[in-house]
Design a protein around this ligand. Sequence first.
Ligand code: ATP
Length: 233
Amino acid sequence: MLELTGIEAWYGGIQALKGISLHVDKGEIVTLIGSNGAGKSTTLKSISGQVPIKKGSIFYNGKDIANIAAHKTAVLGISQVPEGRRIFPKLSVRENLLIGAFAVKDKQLIETRMEKVFEYFPRLKERVEQKGGTMSGGEQQMLAIGRALMMQPEVLMLDEPSMGLAPIIVEQIFEIIKELNKQGMTILLVEQNAFQALQIASRGYVIQTGEIVLEGTGEELITNKQVQEAYLA
Ligand code: ATP
């Protein structure tokens, strides 16, 4: 469904990705793990068109989407929940969700999708008129995921959804990710919380300084000695 081959990306003179190749198949939860600065976020951003690719290809359902404009990837079916949530703090929950549906013109369809988001996150419904910035970290993460769901993506990419959240909220977020996947959504998950990510993942890749150094099923990686020492200790 999604296939990256030899992706190279730079920030000015710094090479952040040194030939990343990976694939995500329909219905999978694939996780990217690695330490700070390894290149996990840049990999997601290269897919969503937020970071230019110098070399390599990205095929999505047979179409080359390398260096496509960011808003177009969402229209094609790939939505991203960014690191740090990036919700609009001065806008209400409802307004934040409407922004997520930027490419949907049909008002009824927008309402239907919003109701679907509320089924996953009843808390958002309770707070529909509340300003995003006044909500807790967990609620803001729910809103960021809800906003991405408004485009009804085929592939949902999440960048560190557990960051800064209490363990009980992290559990809830991971339950929702599992549920979305059960309903048929393909997931590409970037996490520092490697243990929890690998527990729900079909497969995973370990990224180190812009390169993939290991890949395997969630089970294989969680029991791998190198992974245990570096990321699960
Ligand atoms: P983190 O969990 O800290 O976000 P990461 O694995 O997602 O880590 P990236 O954010 O992809 O890593 O960063 C990869 C490399 O690119 C790092 O060396 C980082 O310093 C660099 N980098 C990331 N964003 C920028 C930027 N906007 N300008 C310059 N360098 C950047």
